[in-house]
Design a protein around this ligand. Structure first.
Ligand code: NDP
Ligand code: 3PG
Length: 496
C-alpha cells in the first residue's frame, strides 16, 4: 500500500513529505496541498506546500552535490541508475496504486507506466555510458588556410542543475524521462511533480533514495505550480528546464533565462484517412489513439480528417467499437475513467456544447457524471467549431470530412500545434509525401500517434515544444560541448 512498508518514512501523519538533502522533510509552511481523487472527487492524499526558502535551500544543495557528482565515473552513475530501476520495478504496486487514486489511470496501465519507467532508466544508463564515453577528434587542416597544427578534442559536460516539471498524465514516466538523462550526464536534479500525480512521484523518488544516490543530488519540491512555479523556473541556480505540460510551458519559455529548455507541450494530432486505407485498422487506431486513458495523452488522436468517400463506413466502424468501451472506475480497468479534474470536465463539456450548437452529428448521446465523461464521437465537425482546433484532453474525438488530401494537410498545418500526426493509406509513396507535408514533429504511417518506444526522438513543432525528447536526445540536451585544442609548434602528419 502507498506510504507503508519500505515507503513509510515518506509520510508524516496524513501528509506526504518532500525530499531534500537525502531526507524526507515536513515543510515549515505548516500548509499542505490536497490531491483529489478524480473518480470520487474527495481528497485522496495531501502533500507539503513547500516555501521559497525551502526551494532556495534545495537549489544550494543541488549546486554543490552536482560538483562532486560530475566527478563520479560514468559507470558508477550508470550502476546507481540500474539499481534505482530495479527497486522501482520491484516496488511497482504502491506507485501503481497511487496512479489509480490520484489520476484515475486504469490499474493495468498504471503498472505498465511504472515498469516502462524502470526500463527507461536502465536504457538511459546504458545509452549514457556509450554516448558520453565518446567524443570527437578534429584536425585543423581540413579548414582552408590551416596546416595540421591543432588537435581539437570534444567531450560532453553537464549543465549543472536541471529542473524537471512533468504533467499529471504520466507523472512517473515523464519524471524519469527527465531525471535519468540529467543524472547520467552528471547533472543534479530538482523535481517539481504535478499536484495530481505528486504521491506517485514521491514514491518514485524514494526508489532513487534507496538506491543510494548522494545527498542533495536529487530533490523533490511539492506545492501548486501556480504558487511556486515561477519561483522555481526563474531561480538563478537553474541551468536547464525540462517541462512537459500545457500552455504554461509557453509562459515559462518567455520568462526563463539564457538556459537550455526542453518543452513538450500540447498537441492536436491529426489522423488523415485516405480512401484506400484499411478501415478496420483505422477504426482500431482511432479507438486506441483517441480513447486510451480517456484521451488524456498529448499524442491522442485529436481530430480525424477522413475522405468523404469512406467517411460513412469509417464512422460506422468506430461507432461499433465505441459501444464496446467500458466506462467506470480505474480500479476495474475500465477503458474510460474520470478525467483528472472538474475544471477539465467542464472544459471538455464546453467544447462538446459548442459543437452541438453549431450542428455536429453526435454518434452517441453526450453523458457526464461528475468527472466521468462517456466516450463520444462527433461526426460532421466543421472548421468553425472549437473542437476542430482545441485539444479536449478527454474522451471526445471529432471527425472532419475532407474532399482532398490537400484539405486534410491544410487543416493539420493551420493548427498552432505540431506534435504528431498519422496517415492511413496502402500507398507508401503517398504516405511519405503526406508525412513530409505535415508540419508536425512526428508522423506515424498506418498507426496512431505515440511517444514510445521511449528511445525514439519525440518533439513538437510550433506551440508543441522546443527541443527533442527521447533518451538520446535528452542526454544530449542536458549536456554542453566542451573542447580542448592542442596547439603544435609545427605541422604534424601521420605517415604511411
Ligand atoms: N507534448 C507532451 O509530451 C505532453 C504534453 N502534455 C500537455 O499537457 C497538458 C495537460 O497536462 P497538465 O498537467 O494539465 O499541464 P499543466 O501545464 O497545467 O501542468 C504541467 C506541470 O506544470 C506545473 N505548473 C503549473 N503552473 C506552473 C508554473 N507557473 N510554473 C511552473 N510549473 C507550473 C504543474 O504543476 P501543478 O500540477 O501543481 O499545477 C505541472 O507539474 C495538455 O495540454 C497536454 O497536451 C501532456 C503530456 C505530454
Ligand atoms: O503525455 C503523453 O501524452 C505522453 O507523452 C504520450 O505517451 P504515449 O504516446 O507513449 O502514450
Amino acid at each position: 500500500m502507498a506510504g507503508t512498508g519500505l515507503f513509510a518514512e515518506i509520510l508524516d501523519g496524513e501528509v506526504y513529505k518532500y525530499y531534500a538533502d537525502g531526507e524526507w522533510k515536513t515543510s515549515s509552511s505548516g500548509k499542505s496541498v490536497a490531491i483529489m481523487n478524480p473518480a470520487t472527487r474527495k481528497t485522496q492524499y495531501k502533500v507539503q506546500a513547500c516555501t521559497q526558502e525551502e526551494v532556495n535551500a534545495v537549489m544550494e544543495l543541488a549546486k554543490s552535490a552536482q560538483k562532486s557528482w560530475a566527478k563520479t565515473p560514468l559507470w558508477k552513475r550508470a550502476e546507481l541508475l540500474h539499481k534505482a530501476a530495479a527497486i522501482l520495478k520491484d516496488n511497482k504496486a504502491p506507485m501503481a496504486e497511487s496512479l489509480v487514486k490520484e489520476i484515475a489511470k486504469p490499474a493495468k496501465d498504471s503498472v505498465t507506466e511504472v515498469v516502462r519507467s524502470g526500463d527507461l532508466i536502465s536504457y538511459c544508463a546504458e545509452e549514457g555510458v556509450r554516448i558520453l564515453g565518446e567524443g570527437k577528434f578534429l584536425l585543423s587542416d581540413s579548414f582552408p588556410g590551416n596546416d595540421r597544427t591543432k588537435y581539437c578534442l570534444t567531450s560532453k559536460i553537464p549543465l549543472g542543475v536541471v529542473l524537471a516539471i512533468p504533467p499529471f498524465n504520466y507523472p512517473v514516466n515523464l519524471a524519469v524521462s527527465k531525471i535519468a538523462p540529467a543524472l547520467i550526464a552528471g547533472n543534479s536534479l530538482v523535481l517539481k511533480p504535478p499536484t495530481q500525480g505528486a504521491v506517485s512521484c514521491l514514491h518514485m523518488v524514494h526508489c532513487f533514495h534507496l538506491a543510494g544516490f548522494p545527498k542533495g543530488l536529487i530533490s523533490c519540491i511539492t506545492g501548486k505550480g501556480s504558487e511556486i512555479g515561477d519561483f522555481l523556473t526563474m531561480h538563478p541556480a537553474v541551468n536547464c528546464i525540462s517541462f512537459t505540460g500545457g500552455d504554461t510551458g509557453i509562459s515559462i519559455s518567455k520568462k526563463a533565462g539564457m538556459i537550455p529548455l526542453q518543452m513538450e507541450l500540447g498537441g492536436k494530432d491529426a489522423c488523415i484517412v485516405l480512401d484506400d486505407a484499411d478501415l478496420d485498422l483505422v477504426a482500431s487506431n482511432i479507438i486506441k489513439g483517441g480513447f486510451s486513458y480517456s484521451g488524456q495523452r498529448c499524442t491522442a488522436v485529436k481530430v480525424v480528417l477522413v475522405m468523404e468517400s469512406v467517411a460513412d463506413e469509417l464512422v460506422e466502424k468506430v461507432k461499433a467499437k465505441v459501444a464496446k468501451l467500458t466506462v467506470g472506475p480505474p480500479e476495474e480497468n475500465s477503458d474510460i475513467t474520470a478525467v483528472v479534474s472538474e475544471s477539465s470536465a467542464n472544459f471538455i463539456e464546453g467544447l462538446v456544447m459548442d459543437a452541438k450548437e453549431k450542428g455536429a452529428t453526435f454518434c452517441q448521446e453526450y453523458k457526464r457524471e461528475g468527472n466521468l465523461i462517456w466516450p463520444l464521437l462527433l461526426d460532421n465537425v466543421r472548421p468553425d467549431m472549437r473542437i476542430a482546433w482545441e485539444e479536449p484532453f478527454g474522451p471526445v474525438v471529432p471527425v472532419l470530412r475532407i474532399n482532398s488530401v490537400e484539405e486534410g494537410i491544410n487543416h493539420c498545418n493551420a493548427s498552432n500545434f505540431g506534435l504528431q500526426g498519422c496517415v492511413f493509406t496502402k500507398d507508401i509513396n503517398k504516405a511519405i509525401l503526406i508525412s513530409d507535408a505535415m508540419e508536425t514533429g512526428t508522423v506515424q504511417i498506418n498507426s496512431a500517434p505515440a511517444r514510445g518506444p521511449d528511445h525514439f526522438p519525440f518533439q513538437g513543432l510550433k506551440d508543441s515544444g522546443i527541443g527533442s525528447q527521447g533518451v538520446t536526445n535528452s542526454i544530449n540536451l542536458m549536456t554542453k560541448v566542451k573542447t580542448t585544442v592542442i596547439n603544435l609548434p609545427t605541422p604534424s602528419y601521420s605517415m604511411g
